[in-house]
Design a protein around this ligand. Sequence first.
Ligand code: CAA
Length: 407
Amino acid sequence: MPAYTESQLHWKSVAHKLAEEVVRPAAKKYDELQEYPWEVKEALAKAGLMGVWIPKEYGGQGAGVLELCVIIEELSRACGGIGVAYAVNALGSFPVLLGGTEEQKKKWLPEIASGRKLIAFGLSEKMAGSDAGSMRTHGKLEGDHYVINGEKKWCTNGGAADLFSVFCVTDPESKAKRISALLVEKGTPGFKIGKAEDKMGIRCVPVNELIFENCRVPATNLLGGKPGFGFKHAMQTLDHARPGVAAQAVGLAAGALELAQVYAQRRHQFGAPISSHQGIGFMLADMAMRVEASRLMVLEAGRLVDTHAPNATKMAAMCKAFATDVAMEVTTNAVQIFGGYGFMKDYPIEKYMRDAKITQIYEGTNQVQRMVIARNLVKETSELDYLSKWIPTEVQKGGVMPPEPAK
Ligand code: CAA
């Protein structure tokens, strides 16, 4: 087990208890019903989990992204859907926390920290997924209100949330300051929750379209009070939230591995437990190594984000891509180890595999994470200039072909 601090161990044990007593028994029911697990959310709020990442002055527990990740892992070990139903409140609230004015923080964060209000994040659109900056939903300032028109897509928690961090174009002419974030309350005239998606996994969390038709939002809901900082706030939010997706993936992978371990120990074939057959033993060993490596990456990413380290963006993207690819591989192998039983809905193992798939897609596909990592590697290369003398001389100069000598 990694070296957890006292605070991390505390939250880990609170979440573990809830995961085993409340989450695991409810997982199948909400997966089948495709309904939000309100009773579970109440239990999480009662245990103080809904505001772990929110500072004490705004009603939270004052812990950080690292503690949040430890909790998400524990919940996701029992149910990946409930893991994200919880984690997505952090995603929705990070824009307020990172970019909101003091007044906005005081108004909204205590509501979220107590669990009285759920929050969601509205960034993606039908035609603007990975290329988030190409969004079309726009917000026009008219007097003391912004009038929002457009649609958002794949808003996790959409059908359950009371509040939405909505990103929209407020200055179409600008390149750098095109986008702003507005807080929109459920029930605002002109704001409708659209289509609820029928999903492969994480079925207990509603994922919806958000529809804005001349939706008037007070200008005081403009995050940070100044337009044009929306894209930056969205990117900073994702840096803070991606370790949480990775933690969800670690939880799914660890939960599937535990079930596979128990199955492989009890299941006898050829006169022995299948775990004693090298083919299965090596599979379990590889799964365990990858789970542990992912967990350590998540903890390091959480630490870097909490300390505002300069390489936090890269590490958040790295742990997200690595841990979620591992989760897909490990949960698929866990189904393989369960054999015919694994494929059947009678047992929870197939759900781990279904829940894992989205972790490779949302909060930036793993291809986008690799873009972020690669771009950061290019930026960091200037620190390695002292190594230039060890590469071929012609490449040192930039590798540009010299002009052909005149004939
Ligand atoms: N922190 C702060 N600022 C950042 C930043 C960061 N991590 N990353 C970029 N920026 C800034 C840049 O510095 C730049 O600012 P300047 O103009 O002042 O120089 C500006 O933002 C534009 O940056 P890029 O040129 O790098 O932007 P880009 O258009 O090339 O896009 C991208 C970069 C990484 C691909 C980005 O679009 C991205 O992350 N895409 C994926 C979006 C995503 O994750 N969507 C998921 C939404 S949530 C979800 O899944 C649903 C849900 O509910 C769970």
